[in-house]
Ligand binder design. Structure first.
Ligand code: GLC
Length: 631
């Protein structure tokens, strides 16, 4: 009897020990797929994915018209495969008068001839499937083009389409007609446009060639869901949802009027979007519910891999988080995390970086997946925004942080903004301003053609003129050139993605982000029974000496260099001293602990083997005693 009690007690003790050994000290941002007890720690395809945005006009021109196209993308997919890209999202490729370069769609289920045909799209899908690079399309739900058939029918008052858009007769003040409200368009000026034919105003939160669809009309909601179904049936892996917050606006009041939005007093120009607080035109509760409904449409497609939504929103963090879903409904798997764009500048220090990264991680609801976006076709190139000499550190950062990384085409090469004269400017966001201020609004500088080689037009096109000029530095910064150099932005990016795919700790590990001093940021990734990885970035221009062991527990005295930035003197495989690591200006390193046989974890603290040994010896003695009592 006594022996039985002892054995049971021992078992209970051991079990408790084992459980505490696997308990994790920091929140696990992958709780929905990490289940250590069931050994079910395989992430879903998108959870640690490397996403890559293609801006089709500027990626690769296959037919020599100076504009990129679908066949150009299909021909270049092996490059994405070689980089290690999981999925690529394409800015809109649909029929469009191109007033906003495709974000003004005339037919949501047709390919724009400038990009190719439906057969070209199907060919692209076939190549993508063979290479296992997933294709994600841009879904632009808020508006269509004014050249869309739906709009023409709506303007003509056809019963089925009459309420497809947001129409209003306007406000009469002293016998004069005024727009229905003071709402301002993102691209300047009133968001209301008078339509002569219909004798009413229509709402356009973007260009007047982009009338807002009326989401209060169930037929619109169903039509747009069918757009999703159309492309899902063609095998796309999901959608990036454009301008999500704008989808619904407040409903008119009982008198049929729209309320004015309050002013922001720090902007004086009434045509500027910043003039108003957009409390009635963005992030309405119905918009969140709509995103959850779109997710349900994706979930109808149960064949093959999970389909996903990436949501474009620059809203306050608490709202962004709601786009993930709530207790009862799933939303976008990845609402874009734009914090590295909106909160980090070229003067930000390590504390700013740490705070910004933690902001996302701390706000993110349990079980959701993080993502890190450095750029897109609406933002200055990261090399111009944060520094050409910080390209490696930023790429190393987004690929060592937990979750998915999102790269805009060319940022793996360190492409920079290209200055475009007022005469050559084509972006409507800039063309709506004037020659003296357009540069603050233009998105052309980040949209110039991809630099493939040092050939004419950077190997992008054999046209005599490309739709936007080619960067002057293309002979130095191009894919071909960087491929030849073992340590180039491109090769560092590529190796980082390989590591991210192959290293369990980078995929599933816990994360600790710290400013090691005001210039050096450290990111520690760790996983039970595995090596610890630490990325260190020296953000500024002084040489910094740091003691990594002071900031992070459980590191080994020496650590192995796994990846170096282009400006480092170290080589992959070198050993460094973790208590006195010298970092050159803007240098970044990925380091790994050396193997030890005595470190184990319990409740997140490192313990040395002797404790375990004592524990085991004690257990042996008790077993021995109980055995003898039993005899
Ligand atoms: C999104 C797109 C941007 C476009 C706008 C209107 O913000 O990223 O390029 O101009 O929506 O569709």
């Amino acid at each position: 009897m006594f022996s039985l009690v002892v054995v049971v007690c021992l078992q209970l003790l051991l079990q408790q020990f084992m459980e505490s050994a696997v308990a994790q000290p920091f929140p696990n941002y992958h709780t929905d797929f990490v289940d250590i007890k069931q050994h079910k720690n395989v992430p879903k395809w998108w959870q640690t994915g490397a996403f890559y945005q293609i801006y089709p006009r500027s990626f690769k021109d296959s037919n020599g018209d100076g504009v990129g196209d679908l066949n150009g993308i299909a021909d270049s997919l092996p490059y994405l495969k070689e980089l290690g890209i999981t999925a690529t999202w394409l800015s809109p490729i649909f029929s469009s008068p191109m007033a906003d370069f495709g974000y003004d769609i005339a037919n949501f289920t047709e390919i724009a001839p400038i990009f190719g045909s439906m057969a070209d799209f199907e060919h692209l899908m076939k190549v993508a499937k063979e290479l296992d690079v997933k294709i994600i399309l841009d879904f632009v739900p808020n508006h269509s083009s004014d050249e869309c058939d739906w709009f023409k029918r709506s303007a003509a008052g056809e019963p089925d389409y009459k309420d497809f858009y947001v129409w209003h007769p306007g406000r009469m003040v002293n016998g004069t007609r005024h727009p229905p409200s003071n709402w301002v368009s993102v691209f300047r000026g009133s968001a209301w446009q008078w339509h002569e034919g219909r004798q009413e105003y229509y709402l356009h939160q973007f260009l007047k060639k982009q009338p807002d669809l009326n989401y209060r009309n169930p037929k619109v909601r169903e039509t747009m869901k069918n757009v999703l179904r159309f492309w899902l049936a063609k095998g796309v892996a999901g959608f990036r949802i454009d301008a999500v917050p704008s989808v619904f606006e407040i409903a008119p009041d009982a008198a049929g009027q729209y309320r004015d939005e309050p002013r922001n007093d720090w902007v004086n120009d009434p045509d500027d979007y910043g003039y108003l607080q957009h409390i009635y035109t963005v992030d309405q509760p119905e918009t969140l519910a709509m995103v959850y409904d779109w997710r349900a449409v994706l979930d109808e497609f149960t064949d093959g891999d999970e389909r996903i939504l990436l949501a474009e929103t620059y809203s306050p963090i608490d709202i962004v988080m709601q786009y993930y879903g709530n207790a009862t409904a799933e939303g976008a798997q990845l609402p874009f995390n734009f914090l590295l764009i909106t909160e980090i500048s070229n003067t930000s220090n390590a504390n700013d970086y740490a705070r910004t990264i933690q902001k996302w991680l701390q706000h993110m609801p349990q079980g959701r997946t993080a993502n890190w976006v450095l750029g897109n076709h609406d933002q200055w190139r990261v090399a111009s925004r944060l520094g050409a000499d910080r390209v490696d550190m930023l790429n190393m950062l987004i690929t060592t942080l937990p979750g998915a990384s999102v790269t805009y085409q060319g940022e793996e090469l360190g492409m920079t903004n290209v200055w475009i004269s007022w005469k050559d400017t084509v972006d409507p966001s800039a063309c709506n301003t004037n020659a003296s201020v357009y540069e603050h609004f233009s998105r052309d500088p980040e949209r110039t053609p991809f630099q493939w080689s040092s050939d004419a037009n950077a190997g992008f096109s054999n046209a005599s003129k490309t739709w936007l000029p080619i960067a002057e530095d293309y002979k130095q910064i191009n894919e071909d050139e960087e491929r030849q150099k073992p340590v180039s932005h491109l090769n560092i990016y590529k190796h980082m993605l390989t590591l991210k795919r192959e290293v369990q700790t980078l995929q599933l590990g816990e994360t600790e982000v710290k400013a090691l001093n005001s210039a050096v940021l450290g990111v520690k990734r760790f996983l039970q029974h595995d090596f610890i990885y630490v990325t260190v970035l020296n953000i500024f221009d002084d040489i910094e000496t740091i003691n990594l062991k002071e900031s992070f527990t459980d590191l080994t005295e020496q650590m192995k260099v796994v990846m170096v930035s282009t400006n480092s003197k170290l080589k992959v495989g070198d050993l460094i001293n973790a208590t006195a690591l010298e970092l050159l200006p803007k240098e970044s390193l990925l380091l790994r602990t050396l193997p030890t046989f005595y470190t184990y974890y319990t409740n997140g603290e490192a313990r040395q083997l002797p404790v375990l040994v004592i524990y085991l010896v004690l257990a042996q003695v008790l077993l021995y005693l109980s055995y003898h009592r039993a005899l």
